[in-house]
Design a protein around this ligand. Structure first.
Ligand code: F6P
Length: 358
């Protein structure tokens, strides 16, 4: 058996642990393993396809990033091709991709990615590619799995930042608004905000009002608590709009962000308190995976190999505590996982006085 592994979309801490576990468990079965570089680029002649041995994956489980590299601009169904006049058109290059996979003798693919990459995987599966998916995203917004690896590390990074912001905000009697990732789902903001003792948490799932946020801050102020920390998910709407930051490259989704600065300015105007903002950004995607993420990623990698052995084509591995099970990728793609407002974490936050601005 000859299998290949690819990592697509934005990176997440734990990718290398998945690769390592998938390679070791495949070699254990006597299979050959190839690594496709930079998403599907390696299968489109835009990057390499390399053999992966035990030596190649030795000592990588604790490393952030991905030894196979990644891209969020390489959708083979809508591949951006530059025209002589500098404009771009989108071209379907999947026939070429399938031919190259066949010529390399690839019998099955383990594709590690978030909702975008899983949607591509589903379409490739419908085209005849034998593949198994592994869900990945720091945003934790993939349905069908209790959580994705990378999320716990991102939350730990955000909590560390909130802890640091507390001391400086307190020294200066300031309001600091910290923006975390989460374009459609507010899990990172919710979990880090509750665990890090934020005073307000603003997420896409809960309609919030800047005046309510200001009231909460001024209520604290009246009680002598002169500083406040607001954690906001990048996808939270301000005056009904999602913030867009900078230009996207061809083939890339819009770059969401900038809401923290708008909120900080508004709070300063409305309350007269000194405000600052911070975008935590890609710090959340980098660094060593936590023990939880390393373990989950390792379990996912081993389960993906088993799913290949069981010919679970078009399935992805999912955590359904305490088990890792294969579920159809289409099932996971049906809904975007979002924060359920009746969830205990939201209710706990309300009980301990955290405002959602609603
Ligand atoms: O991994 C998903 C995500 O973290 C989103 O929350 C964020 O909007 C996006 O990645 C940013 O990705 P990039 O800057 O790599 O395009």
């Amino acid at each position: 058996m000859r299998i290949a592994i690819s990592t697509g979309g934005g990176d997440a801490p734990g990718l290398n642990a998945v690769i390592r576990a998938a390679v070791l468990s495949a070699l254990d079965r006597g299979w050959h393993v190839l690594g496709i570089k930079r998403g599907y680029m390696g299968l489109l002649g835009e990057d390499e396809v390399i053999p992966l041995s035990r030596d190649d994956v030795r000592g990588i489980a604790h490393l952030g990033g991905t030894i196979l590299r990644t891209t969020n601009r390489g959708n083979p169904f809508n591949y951006p091709v530059r025209q002589p006049d500098g404009s771009f058109i989108e071209v379907d290059r999947t026939d070429e991709l399938m031919d190259n996979a066949r010529n390399l003798g690839i019998e099955a693919l383990i594709t590690i990615g978030g909702d975008g990459s899983l949607a591509i995987a589903q379409k490739l599966h419908e085209k005849g590619m034998r593949l198994v998916g592994v869900p990945k995203t720091i945003d934790n917004d993939v349905s069908g799995t209790v959580t994705t690896f990378g999320f716990d590390t991102a939350v730990a990074t955000a909590i560390d930042a909130i802890d640091k912001l507390h001391t400086t905000a307190q020294s200066h009697d300031r309001v600091i608004v910290m923006e975390v990732m989460g374009r459609d789902s507010g899990f990172i903001a919710l979990h880090s905000g509750v665990a890090g003792n934020a005073h307000a948490i603003l997420i896409p799932e809960i309609n919030w009002d800047i005046d309510k946020v200001c009231q909460h801050i001024m209520h604290r102020d009246a009680l002598g608590k002169k500083f406040a920390i607001v954690v906001v998910a990048e996808g939270a709407r301000f005056e009904g709009e999602v913030g867009v930051m900078g230009e996207s490259m061809p083939g890339q989704a819009i770059r969401v962000g900038g809401v923290a600065d708008r909120i900080a300015r508004a709070i300063q105007i409305k309350t007269g308190k000194e405000c600052r903002s911070l975008v935590l950004g890609h710090l959340q995607r980098g660094g060593m995976p936590t023990g939880y993420d390393r373990l989950l990623a390792t379990r996912f990698g081993g389960a993906a190999t088993e799913a290949v052995a069981n010919k679970k084509w078009g399935h992805m591995v999912a955590l359904q505590t305490p088990h890792i099970v294969p579920i159809p990728i289409v099932e996971a793609l049906k809904d975007h996982k979002t924060v359920d407002q009746s969830h205990d974490t939201v209710r706990t936050a309300r009980r301990i006085g955290i405002s959602f601005g609603d």
